[in-house]
Design a protein around this ligand. Structure first.
Ligand code: FPP
Length: 238
């Protein structure tokens, strides 16, 4: 899609926000300080995404593997999410950001679930940018759930097994109503997808940056968009 200055702007960007712990460690701070700084980086990135005409930003806030962290860190992360939701809801509304969730977020308990669902409900008509937060998300579990639903429809005689195709699997994923993923960014130098959007990333550009997530800012985001645009141009020229 051509952007304001005729660049190719990705419609859907996903980010694995990695490196909060190392950022804190480098400063002799507790890990939670890294997550707090990470929440600020998310705020900056959300603004930059909206300003640059990105339609959907999907962030990996908590993976299904993150339950292996210490109880203290898990409770710090959930407290931070609660605080962020409380504090940011007004600005999400002001900036016309629609919030959506993927992953089995029911695992976070009734209080946070209620706050999350309230934020989704309150922002559902916003149309500037969609922020999708992946919470207790795992891509393989998502694909398995989609396959189970299709198998149940086969068992009920609604569809034939032979009719199952890429489209029917896609339409059972939690991302079924979002545009195709164009660009996936991972910060902190790790070159892995870590069970994030495996199906959705089939044709996405993958960008692995050395920046630690708390240092990510508008400049880093526009740099990522430029890299995307130049790869698109190369591809188009072939
Ligand atoms: C990865 O860094 C980051 C996380 C597991 C959590 C991401 C959470 C935030 C950015 C907080 C804000 C989120 C919301 C939705 C308010 P890491 O701890 O794995 O870093 P390390 O690899 O350096 O240890």
């Amino acid at each position: 899609m051509p952007g304001p200055d005729n660049r190719s702007v990705p419609r859907h960007v996903a980010i694995i926000m990695d490196g909060n712990g190392r950022w804190a460690q480098q400063r002799g701070l507790p890990r939670v300080a890294g997550h707090r700084a990470g929440a600020e980086a998310l705020r900056r990135t959300l603004q930059a995404a909206a300003d640059n005409g990105v339609e959907v930003l999907t962030i990996y806030a908590f993976s299904s593997e993150n339950w292996r962290r210490s109880e203290e860190e898990i409770s710090d992360l959930t407290a931070l999410m609660r605080y962020y939701l409380e504090r940011e809801l007004k600005s999400l509304e002001k900036e016309r950001v629609r919030l959506q969730l993927i992953g089995d977020y029911s695992a976070f308990g009734p209080d946070l679930v209620q706050r999350l669902e309230k934020a989704v409900e309150r922002t559902k008509d916003n149309d500037r940018l969609t922020l999708v937060i992946a919470l207790n998300y795992g891509s393989r579990a998502e694909i398995a759930a989609a396959v189970r639903k299709l198998a149940a429809r086969v068992a009920a005689g609604e569809i034939q097994a032979g009719e199952i195709d890429e489209q029917s699997i896609d339409s059972e994923l939690q991302t079924h109503d979002l545009p195709e993923l164009d660009l996936l960014i991972r910060t902190s130098g790790e070159v892995r997808l870590s069970n994030f959007l495996l199906w959705q990333a089939a044709y996405a550009e993958l960008l692995f940056l050395d920046t630690l997530w708390p240092d990510f800012d508008e400049k880093a985001f526009t740099h990522a968009l430029d890299r995307f645009a130049s790869r698109q141009r190369r591809f188009g020229g072939r």
